[in-house]
Write a protein of this length. Sequence first.
Length: 415
Amino acid sequence: MRAILAPEIAGSTIGPEAEAILRSCVHCGFCNAVCPTYQIRGDERDGPRGRIYLMKAMLEGEAVGETTQRHLDRCLTCRACESTCPSGVRYARLTELVKPKLERDVARPAGKRLFRWLLRRVMSDAGRAGALIGLGRAVRGLLPDRLARWVPASRDPGAWPEPRHARRLLCLTGCVQASAAPRINAAAARVLDRLGTSLVRVPGTVCCGALPYHLGHADEARTFARANIDAWWPAIEAGAAGVFSASSGCSAMLRDYADLLADDPHYCERAARVAELALDASSAVTAAELAAALPSQTPGCAGRIAFQPPCTLQHALRAPGRVEAALEVAGFELTQRAGLESCCGSAGTYSLLQPELANELRTRRLAHLATGAPEAIASANIGCMLHLERESNVPVRHWIELVDEAWPGRARPSE
Ligand code: SF4
Ligand code: SF4
């Protein structure tokens, strides 16, 4: 795709990279076939090829307005289009390059600006998110059912093992996950401890930055990334084996630190190192390691579950099948294998900002998962879990919690 960028864009820090991405697209349209929003709306501008044309026009200097904003806002950033693209177009990177300009150029109504500001302030701060969730839990009994569904269930995290192994992983504790479901990281620490690795919490760790980044506020994301790098660096220099995250969305964001801070001379090298060290739970706890540590399990002895693979696991981290293999080694029977490539509608804050499309995608996904009659749904990202849990008829859990609880001889923490 030929692109002649406006002089002020061509000469900016995003110009060369944006132009290279635009040129890599041969406008074949294969990507439209896998795009969830194109499948629902049937509008070229709600598919990846049409959105690339909209971004190209913007970068070439055409005036953009609410129409461009609306069609780009409807994108889930699920990256299914990237997995299908024969030309390797870095679609998501292009959107992240463009979003800050779009936020500057096209003003949103005051109410929407305020809502987005609150999302960034509350959901990317573990303390504020925890306070809001705590308040919701305190008054859940007074809330109408449709609001009570938004309050995540409270579960005892159980014990976090003291560090005792030479091999150590640094934990990105997370913001929403740490507040809504602290048992996930504790379960990961227990499983890793049994496998010979200590998962350690590092003071000063903050949100990975994904939330502001995907809302078009890359500068805020950079501030989070720098704080995390500063917090982890002494432990990395001391030999930490990786930076662990149990949420695939956060793991994908850690991988983006290299791009995010590429223009920062003080942080670019350390950001690239952290991106290399990023280790999602699906890579930190593998089927092979579980098979070596666990006695052979009768297939299905731990239960029948459906695994919902998050888009960030499939299309950003490119780790299809890893969690499924680990769950089978741990004794779970998987009830569903096919038809899970597209987004469940969660997509970070998307379910709050685009509820109609998000709910439609969730309804389709839950109906599909229900055909296998699972006892529970497992996933690998807190956003997907909370989104599905609101309407699911069966419990929705993180897969590492299930592996922890199915471990032979392990006493389950109380619900
Ligand atoms: S599949 Fe790739 S090359 Fe083809 S239109 Fe989509 S982004 Fe462009
Ligand atoms: S990221 Fe997902 S929603 Fe956005 S254009 Fe690509 S496939 Fe469609």
